[in-house]
Design a binder for this molecule. Sequence first.
Ligand SMILES: [Zn+2]
Ligand SMILES: [Zn+2]
Length: 250
Amino acid sequence: MKVLILASGSEGNCIYLEEDGSGLIIDAGISRKRILNGLAEHGISKENVEAVFITHEHTDHTRGLRILCKYENYPVYASEGTIEKLTYQVPRGDFRSVFIGTRINGFEISSLPLPHDAVEPVAYVIEGGGSRMLVATDLGYVTEGVLREISRCQAVIFESNHDIEMLNNGPYPEDLKARILSRWGHLSNKQCAAALKQAHRGGLNLVILAHLSLENNSPELALAETAKALPKSIRVVTASRRTPTGPFLI
Ligand SMILES: [Zn+2]
Ligand SMILES: [Zn+2]
């Protein structure tokens, strides 16, 4: 399976996965133009895309969806709650509910619930080409379900949003700090590293740290925290906020 991250963070999220020429997009938080240009730069045509999966309705995950659905006939998979939230904003969306083991060409996709301040946010587990990958960002704490999936995957795209000290000493208003730190907010570097340390098994070989905060984190801090928690055999990288990261073969 090939993985390309087009953007990651509070300004926009979009991930592309490909197996055997078939592609999936996870989240459309950047414009259609940026999505299609980003794919084209890597030799990927929009015809390769079979479907779009949305994790939750926040704009950093859905900003480009309305225009994308206006011009492309991609089916859009999401939880029922997310679909309900998006129906009016995306009138041309061909929405479909995700169920356990949704099959699209060479992929099998499942969702699992995440604790975050959206209607029905989910993580996705994608199997393809004999590999299994977890995509989990925008979660306030690590659930048993997420730990279980980390232990079963070869690759994870996992949130490492903030350094707690930087957030506490930073410029955000107190109510926003409280929201980020709450059980319905975002994962800190420490929470991310602790979960990976606890749950990783022999099969895990790639960790992509994602949804890093611009104001309250740095790629160096995030990388240092998780790298020291894991064996050297596991590759750890950070996803850039605005430029493509990858592709990785998993
Ligand atoms: Zn987000
Ligand atoms: Zn969110």
